[in-house]
Ligand binder design. Structure first.
Ligand SMILES: *Cc1c(COP(=O)(O)O)cnc(C)c1O
Length: 225
């Protein structure tokens, strides 16, 4: 199937999942994850009307973002090292992968320098996996008030990559844990965290059922990497 057909199908599945969950389709933003694909392939999705994209490496963003149309929205979804922060802030509109208080403080300082107020999400290592980055739930509850002090960052929500499961339905418990953590943080800090970035090609419908507002879909749009 073509990228255009894939996008049509994904958007239909998003609408159905929203309907089943009693949510408006407009509450869920599809982020087309274009990592590893060249600009020409990404252009097919743009031609089909997609305008929100995700990349997980600075270098790929540097190659693609300047040559593709202006007016697209680019989300940085990969691990973020300090030495990349300045360039990532200069290119991307939303960062999903703030994974420690230290990185948040550093990003806040750089954003101040650059006179930017970036939207960021906090990555949660919801399965406490050694192989993955992110705040543990306890850590996040412990330092959340410090994070809210970082005035140059607009903290809009939480992001997760849950433990690998064999069936989409098995991811539900992890998505639910992230949504519950969000509710808890909102309550104890009297703040709003509207976004939940969760769900990929294999499980985005389950994520939508549990409240995802950003789904990050690569393979089902662009093909196997
Ligand atoms: C690659 C990637 C995705 C997309 O995964 P697919 O299975 O190809 O849909 C989503 N989120 C992150 C953080 C990724 O690195």
């Amino acid at each position: 199937m073509s990228v255009e057909q894939n996008l049509t199908e994904i958007n239909t599945r998003i609408s159905k999942a929203c309907e089943l969950a009693g949510r408006n389709t407009g509450e869920v933003e599809l982020i087309a994850v274009s990592k590893t694909w060249p600009a020409e392939h990404v252009q097919k999705a743009i031609d089909a009307g997609q305008n929100v994209f995700g990349e997980n490496k600075l270098q790929e963003g540097q190659e693609k973002i300047p040559v593709l149309s202006e007016g697209l929205e680019w989300h940085y979804i990969g691990g973020l090292q300090r030495n990349k922060v300045r360039k990532v802030l200069g290119l991307f509109h939303v960062i999903h992968s703030i994974d420690s208080l230290k990185l948040a403080k550093y990003t806040n300082n750089v954003a101040g320098d650059m006179e930017l107020n970036p939207s960021v999400l906090l990555q949660v290592n919801i399965g406490d996996e050694a192989s993955k980055g992110g705040f543990s739930a306890e850590e996040l509850e412990g330092c959340f008030s410090d994070l809210l002090e970082l005035k140059n960052l607009k903290i809009t929500g939480l992001m997760c990559i849950p433990p690998a499961v064999s069936a989409s339905e098995d991811a539900r418990v992890w998505f639910k844990k992230v949504a519950d953590l969000r509710d808890q943080l909102e309550k104890s800090n009297d703040c709003k965290l509207p976004h939940l970035s969760m769900g990929m090609s294999s499980d985005f419908e389950t994520a939508i059922a549990e409240g995802a507002t950003y789904i990050r879909v690569g393979t089902s749009i662009f093909g196997k990497r």
